[in-house]
Design a protein around this ligand. Structure first.
Ligand SMILES: Nc1nc2c(ncn2[C@@H]2O[C@H](COP(=O)(O)OP(=O)(O)OP(=O)(O)O)[C@@H](O)[C@H]2O)c(=O)[nH]1
Ligand SMILES: [Mg+2]
Length: 717
């Protein structure tokens, strides 16, 4: 392969909803770029992009796949991404390393939820976007509907560069308004004729051209002025105006495609080479907010955007050269860990096909193998450089499941594999919860987890059970109560004796502690001598007051009393969940000159606390999440009633760009497999996010159920 300079590189991410045809387009682009001489198909499971067994089984993209073609003396790097929400991690990491995007819209569907989400990402990442209306050859393709939905979702940004002549199964021609020509395709291999626009389409073409010129003029003041004065622009000026608008993300040029029949692919690739930005002027921020400029003569900095294990190669790390050059044999370091790595080989990548190269420059994408300890989202740099590329921020998880090996002895190995999966895919977060005594996987959806399960079964031969995870409930109290407990043991040997009287009350924000209480029909005035405040690992706090008078209990036993309380705070009296936000006043008790010791007071305080807790209006609290659903209007009613069945508090509704946005607070206990339900309610046309909000008391009926379940569990043990 020839060596490319930074300005001869284009990095483009292929985006779009599931099944819009990204992988098929990638295949056709590889064909046009002469990487392959026969095109594979999704159905025949032989595309260059969907090259893993699991993608072929499911007939969809699961991972983002880097590909490249040498085209018009440039290196065109393409990342084919998965369209399903569950695999969005691959899309987000592709955004980090690509300089523009092609958004495919399925002409039989128009704008879908995925289109909307990925457009938002492109705007956030400030990446110029080209729109490809694909599948124009499909029987049910509808150009007008598709354009209407694009305008509804994106306002005036979609800018028609081409329009189709004969949409549907006979599709073979479109008019290109920039060139003012008609392109007709003679076969399914991209062979095209360039013809004059026939008379019956000329008016339409001219009308669109006028709109295009106006759109072009709007992006530059000088052009605008000239346009107003003279009423027209030269070809060159039109291109200039469109380029400015495109690069600023103010307009999205719209192209006609049939990826399947190779119609329009080459023209799209030409446009990318001619107009889409090279990485040349790209700037990436470092973790300390410095600019890292894409300069081939700068210090070597590479960013790892994807890692994975591949047959015959072992660990493969995919990177972008952010600055400088990288050569075979070069030594680099991970500035965060200090780990040294040697770049034993560099490859240009087209799916599984990897071509060895000896050097790669700033802006280019490549991969290397056998690095010792590098994870996705890390930087490698030349020794002495401390610049770390700001890592990609992945969206919060929205699917939570507990996992366990079917065979106990596999659990250790399972733990290791899960940790590695977590390092490869940052949207798959694995934690062992000490509190819940479960290994919990947080991912993006049921499919995401099913793919993990597939790998565990097939690659690692581990059978696992996935099941509903426990909920991290909390316990607290709602009113004042007192209790006392005497612990005494006198059977043989040394005896045990300790007696504790205590009062407890809830900590309520904004309510100051007091020393006067009316409780259980009497008035108690306490003499507060000491206060300890303990923030709790699991949220909230414990306040501990020493109110002992007349030496009823030695100060030396106070730590034991607190220890007893903490034991019960860690294993709440109601359901064994953590307790929080409680004030405890120890105001009386008794000692024995010989038999009192630490253990006696631990036990006395534990039991006194437990008794008081049960009298103090105890409540179970549950985690509540802020949920935001993006849904097409027609499914709104179904989504809403489903949420209401999940004890949701609807907080707001609004519409944006053709979709409804529903905001609600929903208990975590009601969100198990929500993504799956939402998907089936809306034929996969809605999406949502969820984020922890706070804890709130569970309703009485739910509390009763939880108490019963806990009693049963205790009995079993
Ligand atoms: N008629 C027609 N079918 C197409 C075209 N492009 C893709 N398809 C078909 O649409 C289906 C989905 O195509 P893919 O290329 O897998 O779509 P994708 O966008 O990569 O889908 P995901 O990877 O699941 O996000 C396949 O059955 C393709 O054969 C097209 O231009 N015309
Ligand atoms: Mg695909």
């Amino acid at each position: 392969m020839k060596t490319y300079t930074t300005k001869n590189i284009r990095n483009v991410v292929l985006l779009g909803s599931s099944k819009s045809g990204k992988t098929t387009l990638a295949e056709t682009m590889m064909f046009e770029g002469k990487v392959i001489d026969r095109r594979g198909t999704i159905e025949a499971k032989n595309t260059i992009s969907d090259n893993t067994e699991v993608e072929q089984i499911y007939q969809r993209s699961i991972y983002s796949t880097p590909l490249y073609a040498e085209f018009m003396d440039n290196k065109l790097n393409i990342i084919d991404t998965p369209g399903a929400d569950d695999f969005v991690g691959g899309v987000i990491s592709a955004f980090k390393v690509c300089d523009s995007g092609v958004m495919l819209v399925n002409a039989t569907q128009g704008v879908e939820v995925g289109t909307e989400i990925f457009t938002r990402y492109a705007e956030e990442h400030k990446k110029p976007l080209i729109i490809g209306v694909n599948q124009l050859d499909a029987e049910k393709a509808d150009w007008d509907n598709t354009m209407d939905s694009l305008k509804q979702a994106m306002g005036s940004k979609p800018t028609i560069i081409q329009f189709p002549v004969n949409v549907g199964s006979g599709f073979d021609s479109f008019v290109d308004i920039l060139k003012m020509k008609l392109y007709r395709f003679k076969d399914e291999n991209g062979t095209r004729e360039e013809l004059e626009i026939p008379a019956n389409l000329l008016d339409q073409a001219e009308e669109m051209k006028a709109a295009l010129v106006e759109m072009a003029a709007a992006n530059d003041e000088a052009l605008m002025e000239k346009f107003f004065e003279e009423g027209e622009l030269t070809e060159e000026e039109i291109n200039k105006g469109l380029n400015i608008g495109f690069l600023n993300g103010d307009l999205y040029p719209v192209f006609c495609l049939s990826a399947k029949k190779d119609i329009g692919t080459k023209r799209l690739m030409e446009f990318i080479i001619n107009v889409a930005p090279s990485p040349e002027n790209g700037v990436v921020k470092s973790t300390d907010d410095k600019d890292i400029v894409c300069d081939p003569n700068g210090p070597t900095t590479i960013f790892i955007y994807k890692t994975g294990v591949e047959q015959h190669l072992g660990e493969v790390s995919y990177f972008k050269v952010i600055s400088g050059k990288l050569s075979e044999g070069q030594d680099v370091v991970n500035p965060e860990t200090g780990n040294k790595e040697r770049i034993s080989a560099i490859y240009a990548v087209a799916g599984k096909k990897k071509e060895k190269i000896s050097e790669i420059v700033a802006g280019d994408l490549g991969c290397t193998v056998k690095l010792k300890a590098v994870k996705t989202n890390q930087t490698l740099a030349q020794p002495g450089s401390d610049l770390v590329v700001k890592p990609i921020v992945f969206p919060p998880a929205k699917y939570r499941t507990a996992i366990k090996a079917k065979v106990e002895k596999d659990n250790e190995k399972l733990g290791e594999i899960l940790n590695r999966a977590n390092a490869e895919d940052p949207t798959l977060r694995v934690e062992y919860s000490k509190e819940l005594k479960q290994t919990i996987i947080n991912g993006m959806g049921e499919q995401h987890i099913n793919i993990l399960k597939w790998h565990l079964n097939n690659d690692n031969k581990i059978e696992v059970d996935l099941f509903s995870p426990r909920i991290p409930y909390r316990e607290t109290i709602t009113k004042v109560a007192t209790a006392s407990y005497r612990h005494r043991k006198q059977s043989g040997g040394a005896g045990q004796f300790g007696e504790v009287h205590l009062l407890i009350e809830p900590i309520v924000e904004g309510v100051e502690p007091t020393n006067r209480f009316k409780v259980e029909g009497r008035e108690l005035v306490l003499n507060i001598k000491g206060k300890e405040e303990t923030p709790l690992e699991w949220g909230g706090k414990l306040e501990f007051y020493n109110c002992i008078v007349g030496g009823a209990i030695d100060a030396g036993f106070m730590p034991a009393i607190k220890k007893g309380l903490m034991q019960k705070m860690e294993e709440g009296p109601l359901t064994g969940s953590y307790a929080r936000d409680i004030r405890v006043y120890v105001y009386d008790g008794k000692m024995h000159p010989v038999d009192s010791n630490e253990i006696s007071f631990i036990l006395a305080s534990r039991n006194a606390f437990k008794d008081a807790f049960k009298k103090a209006g105890p409540k179970i609290m549950e985690p509540v999440y802020n949920v935001e659903v993006l849904v097409p209007g027609e499914y709104m009613g179904d989504v809403m009633s489903d949420l209401q069945n999940r004890r949701a508090m609807i907080e707001g509704m609004s519409s944006t760009k053709g979709f409804e946005v529903l905001k609600a607070r929903v208990p975590l206990a009601e969100l198990y497999k929500y993504s799956t339900t939402l998907s089936s309610l809306t034929s996969g046309r809605a999406t949502f996010t969820m984020e922890f909000a706070d804890y709130q008391q569970v309703p009485m009926d739910v509390q009763d159920k939880l108490l019963k379940a806990y009693e049963e569990e205790e009995k079993d043990e």
